[in-house]
Design a protein around this ligand. Structure first.
Ligand code: DGL
Length: 262
């Protein structure tokens, strides 16, 4: 018998997408969430498009097989590469996340926007189309920092090493005259507070976790798929990697105030 479709499935290469899971949990506490961290294949950011597409299709297969009524691709890399293929392959709606080039270009005063994302994301047609469509006239400064993504993946979001790496990234943006920084990889959401502090109040930092959660609510509403009732939905976390390590990091990163810690 086919599984009943009553979950929101969410996946990323690792823990980054937990930022989106927590935003969904806060906005839609009655929904049951199933999160998959594809840590056996982390990071996605240095892989070629074909590999990322295959991995994304596998993740979606798992989530829909477990009863996902909607799948959130909580990874800018996988969304930029594979959203089209995913939508063509499964009978459920998909919500993805792409670097906030549009809000970033709208927010900049001086015309210079910094984007932190993966190598793979920057190469995609989706990203380059976003730039052509929304960043006309803006100066884009792109930065790839897999070291910082790896720190977050280990649960290290503070301390001297991260601070030094972040300072270096922020200084590169400052040297390019950037006044708006787009967090174009979900792992960076967990560094947003530190980035804001280091960049200072004159720099706007764009994080897309909350807008993605609102888009999930819109899509569920439009399709009549919102969970009914008042109770808190379940929260299940899975990984293709080491379960204990994943849960330890997930507990550490889960934001205070988001209902039910993992
Ligand atoms: N969290 C993923 C993203 O949003 C990337 C991390 C990775 O390189 O796997 O792009």
């Amino acid at each position: 018998m086919a599984a009943q479709r009553d979950l929101i499935g969410i996946f990323d290469s690792g823990v980054g997408g937990l930022s989106i899971a927590a935003a969904i949990r806060t906005l839609l506490p009655q929904e049951s969430l199933l999160y998959l961290a594809d840590q056996a294949h982390f990071p996605y950011g240095g892989r070629d498009e074909e590999e990322v597409r295959e991995l994304a299709l596998h993740a979606a297969e798992f989530l829909t097989g477990e009863g996902a009524k909607l799948v959130v691709v909580a990874c800018n890399t996988a969304s930029s590469v594979a959203l089209g293929a995913l939508r063509a392959s499964f009978p459920v709606p998909f919500v993805g996340v792409v670097p906030g080039v549009k809000p970033g270009s709208a927010a900049t005063q001086g015309g210079s926007v910094g984007v932190l994302a993966t190598e793979a994301t920057f190469h995609t047609r989706v990203f380059n189309d976003l730039v052509a469509q929304f960043a006309e006239g803006a100066q884009l400064c792109t930065l790839v920092r897999p070291d910082l993504v790896a720190c977050v993946e280990r649960g290290t979001v503070e301390g001297d090493a991260v601070e030094a790496d972040l300072r270096d990234a922020v200084e590169q943006f400052a040297a390019a005259g950037v006044d708006t920084i787009v967090l174009g990889c979900t792992h960076y959401s967990f560094l947003a507070t530190a980035i804001r502090r280091l960049a200072g109040p004159a720099v706007t930092v764009i994080d897309t976790a909350a807008p993605v959660a609102r888009q999930v609510r819109r899509v569920l509403e439009e399709r009549g798929l919102l969970a009914e009732g008042e109770g808190l939905g379940s929260l299940r976390l899975c990984t293709t990697g080491d379960r204990d390590t994943f849960l330890r990091v997930a507990r550490k990163l889960w934001p205070e105030g988001a209902p039910t810690a993992p």
